[in-house]
Design a protein around this ligand. Structure first.
Ligand code: PGA
Length: 234
């Protein structure tokens, strides 16, 4: 079983979500599909695909205009939430500490956090990839985790760029993350790869050791393509 998780970002519509759910009805696959959609679509009840959010507040409640708490996400039926996506780290200055608080709130409310880590091109060029992702895993994962969490390795320079790291680079990064998680007593935690995944490369990527699934951006907005990715993840 591989995870195939779509991240719609600030795209899509209720109509597209309904079309996607229709298309997903005939899927014959053991893979677990999830769609992380904008907050306003999370209440679309269906028996085909689990829905998740793309962000959550670090706070439980209170005077935080515009924010959405984990208990509100749970109430509307969200089963997953992406935390620390590179776009949140980049445009909203989210640090590992903030990401850890968000993941903690999710777990407290029975929601599985999908914790994103990944290096920028500058960090990659400076040879810092493994230091960055090791620190991000250590600092972004809550202490005392008892329920499932998911880690997504997303090299920031490859997101939305149509390019992916080499198979060897993905394998090395995932091994470093798996070793870090094992050191933290969290072996077995699913580790997904994300950035420029499509139906043409997903088979090769999911065949790499320690790749337990994929986080898909752009290609998750095209129903036929997303269904094909779910079928092709092996
Ligand atoms: P992409 O996005 O698949 O469009 O590269 C991945 C992501 O941002 O999660």
């Amino acid at each position: 079983m591989k995870f195939v998780i779509g991240n719609w970002k600030m795209n899509g519509s209720r109509a597209l979500l309904r079309e996607m759910i229709q298309k997903m009805r005939d899927i014959k696959s053991e893979n677990r599909a999830v769609l992380c959609v904008p907050f306003t679509m999370l209440d679309e009840k269906n028996d085909v695909v689990a829905l998740g959010a793309q962000d959550v507040s670090t706070h439980e409640r209170g005077a935080y205009t515009g924010e959405i708490s984990a208990s509100m996400l749970a109430e509307v039926g969200a089963k997953y939430v992406i935390v620390g996506h590179s776009e949140r780290r980049m445009y909203h200055d989210e640090t590992n500490d903030i990401v850890r608080d968000k993941a903690t709130r999710a777990l407290e409310n029975g929601i599985t956090p999908i914790i994103c880590v990944g290096e920028t091109m500058d960090e990659k060029r400076a040879g810092k990839t493994f230091d960055i992702i090791t620190a991000a895993v250590r600092e972004s994962v809550p202490s005392d985790v008892k329920d499932t969490i998911i880690i997504a390795y997303e090299p920031r320079w490859a997101i939305g760029a149509g390019i992916t790291p080499t198979t060897a680079e993905i394998a090395e990064a995932h091994r470093v993350i798996a070793d870090t998680l094992a050191y933290m007593g969290l072996d077995g935690t699913p580790i997904l790869y994300g950035a420029s995944v499509n139906s043409g490369n997903v088979g090769e990527i999911t065949a790499i050791e320690h790749v337990d699934g994929v986080l898909v951006g752009g290609a998750s907005l095209k129903p036929d393509e997303f269904v094909s990715i779910i079928h092709s993840a092996k």
